[in-house]
Design a protein around this ligand. Structure first.
Ligand SMILES: NC(=O)c1ccc[n+]([C@@H]2O[C@H](COP(=O)([O-])OP(=O)(O)OC[C@H]3O[C@@H](n4cnc5c(N)ncnc54)[C@H](OP(=O)(O)O)[C@@H]3O)[C@@H](O)[C@H]2O)c1
Length: 217
C-alpha cells in the first residue's frame, strides 16, 4: 500500500513527518518538486519526492493536504488516476473574513467532505481525516503519553477507513470512526468534534467514545 501526501504546508508536512517517524514509506509532492525534495531529504530514505501527477499515479492512498479549491482542481485534473483509490480529505472550508477571523466558504449546513465525495470518479473512496486538529497540535501531540490523542475520521467505505486508521495509528494518534461522510461536518472546523469547535481540545479514545455518541447531526 503506497501513500502519497500532496501539499506540504502546515498540515501536509506535519502528516508526512508523523508518518515517516512511524516508519511508513510515503511519497511527498507539492506544487514545486524542490519543496518535496527538501522534505524528503529531511525525513530520510522511507520518503521519496515526486511530481504531483506521478505521486497520484503511483499511490493507493492519496492525502490531499491542500485548500478546498485546490482539492477541487486536483480532482478535476486527475479523474482517471484517482479512480479506485483511497482519497483522504483534511480540508476545512474556511477563508479569512478580513476582520482577523475566518468565515465558512460553503453553506453552513454543508461539509467539504460531502462536497468532495461528489466530485470523485467512480470507485474512489473518500475518507475525511487529519483535519480535526490544528497543524500545531498535530505536530506536538503525536505519540502523546500516557494516553494518545484521537484523530477522528469519517467514511462510507469500511476497508478504506481501516487503511486510514492504520495511517493515523502509525502517525502517533488513536483513530476513532464517527460514521459516514455525511457526518464530516462534525470533524470540520466549527464541528462538535473539532479542536476548533465545541469540543475545543484534544481528547483520548475513552473520551471520544462518549463524544461521538453524544450528538447526531
Ligand atoms: N493549518 C491548519 O492548522 C489546518 C488544520 C486542519 C485542516 N487544515 C486543512 O488542511 C489543508 C492544508 O492546509 P495548510 O494550512 O497545510 O495549507 P498550506 O500551509 O497553505 O499548505 C498547502 C500546500 O499545498 C501546496 N499546494 C497548493 N496547491 C497545490 C496543488 N495544486 N498541487 C500541489 N500542491 C499544492 C502549497 O504550495 P504553495 O505554497 O506553492 O501554494 C502549500 O505548500 C486545507 O484544506 C486546510 O483547510 C489545515
Amino acid at each position: 500500500m503506497t501513500t502519497a501526501v500532496i501539499g506540504l504546508g502546515n498540515i501536509g508536512a506535519t502528516v508526512a513527518r508523523n508518518l515517516a517517524n512511524g516508519g511508513m514509506e510515503i511519497i511527498v509532492a507539492d506544487r514545486t518538486l524542490a519543496k518535496a525534495e527538501s522534505l524528503a531529504a529531511e525525513l530520510g530514505n522511507a520518503v521519496s519526492a515526486s511530481a504531483v501527477d506521478d505521486a497520484i499515479g503511483k499511490a493507493d492512498v492519496i492525502i490531499l493536504a491542500v485548500y478546498l479549491d485546490a482539492i477541487k482542481e486536483l480532482i478535476a485534473s486527475h479523474q482517471a488516476s484517482l479512480a479506485g483509490k483511497v482519497v483522504v480529505d483534511p480540508s476545512n472550508p474556511i477563508a479569512p473574513d478580513g476582520k482577523g477571523g475566518f468565515r465558512k466558504t460553503i453553506p453552513d449546513a454543508q461539509s467539504s467532505g460531502q462536497l468532495i465525495t461528489g466530485l470523485l470518479p467512480d470507485g474512489a473512496k473518500l475518507v475525511k481525516a487529519f483535519g480535526t486538529l490544528s497543524a500545531g497540535s498535530l505536530a506536538q501531540a503525536a505519540n502523546r503519553t500516557p494516553e494518545r490523542a484521537v484523530l477522528f475520521y469519517a467514511t462510507d467505505y469500511p476497508e478504506a477507513g481501516r487503511t486510514v486508521a492504520a495511517l493515523i495509528e502509525a502517525g502517533g494518534f488513536s483513530p476513532v470512526a464517527i460514521g459516514g461522510v455525511d457526518q464530516s461536518i462534525r470533524i470540520e472546523v466549527g464541528g462538535d468534534l473539532h479542536e476548533m469547535g465545541k469540543v475545543g481540545r484534544l481528547v483520548s479514545a475513552k473520551e471520544a467514545e462518549a463524544l461521538v455518541g453524544s450528538e447526531t447531526s
